[in-house]
Ligand binder design. Structure first.
Ligand code: C2E
Ligand code: MG
Ligand code: MG
Ligand code: MG
Length: 289
């Protein structure tokens, strides 16, 4: 009897897996087309200085508006792009699109682009960046690459050399989602990161009163200070979270409180043509509410 139900479960599981595989296969083909028929776009979310609340940069976030299914999250399709080896082409398109866009922003405003570990391992990233910078005319010191610590999980020496090579182009490296993975302090030594991004989940638990999370954030922040790095707290959704993270010493803040990712940076201003000035103004307003 036990065997019977076990086998039944196994058959159901196999069917489930098959659907999963078919679904991934469909999305993979759709994604291949999306790159060519204009269904991908880049959204931008502001990053602000923790004290002045002025916009210091924007993070580029890839969007896919699927023809029949609507918006699909990058958390779903980036892993598919990686598995299908499409991430190199897609990542190259993101870099070119975002650098061209950022060229029209004021000179002090930076651009952050996420790159996956596979892009770093792939070998084509440096050329892709050189191409995007050359065709847009964007200065390398305005470009930041966000990588997660997954880049360090295998392939050690090659990864260090690749990151060092990227740094030598004059761009900045950001360690994204710190606090979610192994969060090894050794990683901070492995490449010259300019900024550590403290993951949203950490921000949440600290503001919910976890004294352990608060202590760890304090330690990360003071270590970053000693190493001359900035710290960005991601996922700031309300004033309480903003106050807690600023008081803990984070130098930059990002989250829905300031703005959601939008297709055009001027959407983040309150309908004026003098966009960027208005954005920092409305952030200050936000704070006073
Ligand atoms: P990430 O780089 O850690 O980006 C932050 C994510 O948090 C974004 O989700 C952003 O929309 C979301 N977020 C920002 N502020 C808030 C907030 O206050 N509350 C909440 N709940 N969420 C907030 P998104 O755009 O869905 O991207 C998810 C992940 O997909 C990114 O995480 C990044 O790892 C990846 N991704 C996005 N675009 C690209 C890309 O062009 N290339 C690569 N390789 N990965 C990308
Ligand atoms: Mg990021
Ligand atoms: Mg992040
Ligand atoms: Mg994250």
């Amino acid at each position: 009897h036990g065997k019977e139900s076990g086998r039944g479960q196994c058959v159901r599981y196999k069917k489930f897996m098959q659907v999963e595989a078919d679904e991934r296969h469909i999305l993979e083909n759709d994604l291949r087309d999306a790159l060519h028929n204009g269904d991908l776009s880049v959204a931008y979310q502001s990053i602000v200085d923790a004290n002045s609340e002025e916009i210091i940069g924007y993070e580029a976030l890839l969007r896919w508006n699927h023809r029949t299914r609507g918006e699909i999250s990058p958390a779903v399709f980036i892993p598919i792009a990686e598995e299908a080896r499409l991430i190199g082409n897609i990542g190259n398109w993101v870099l070119r699109t975002a650098c061209a866009q950022a060229k029209s922003w004021p000179d002090h405003v930076r651009l952050s682009v996420n790159v996956s570990a596979l892009q770093v391992e792939g070998g084509g990233l440096a050329n892709s960046i050189i191409g995007a910078l050359a065709s847009s005319g964007l200065s390398p010191d305005r470009l930041e690459l966000e990588v997660t610590e997954s880049v360090f999980l295998d392939n050690h020496e090659k990864t260090d050399a690749t990151l060092e090579n990227l740094r030598s182009l004059g761009i900045n490296l950001v360690l994204d989602d710190f606090g979610t993975g192994y969060s090894s302090l050794g990683y901070l030594r492995r490449a010259s990161f300019s900024t550590i991004k403290i993951d949203r989940s950490f921000v949440k638990s600290a503001t919910r009163g976890s004294s352990e999370s608060m202590a760890i954030i304090r330690a990360i922040v003071s270590m970053a200070q000693e190493l001359g790095m900035k710290t960005t707290a991601e996922g700031i959704e309300n004033i309480r979270e903003m106050d807690v993270m600023r008081d803990l010493g984070c130098t930059q803040l990002q989250g829905y409180l300031f703005s959601r990712p939008t297709q055009s940076v001027s959407d983040q201003a309150s309908n004026s043509s003098d966009s960027l000035a208005v954005i920092s103004f409305s952030n200050t307003e936000l704070k006073r509410k």
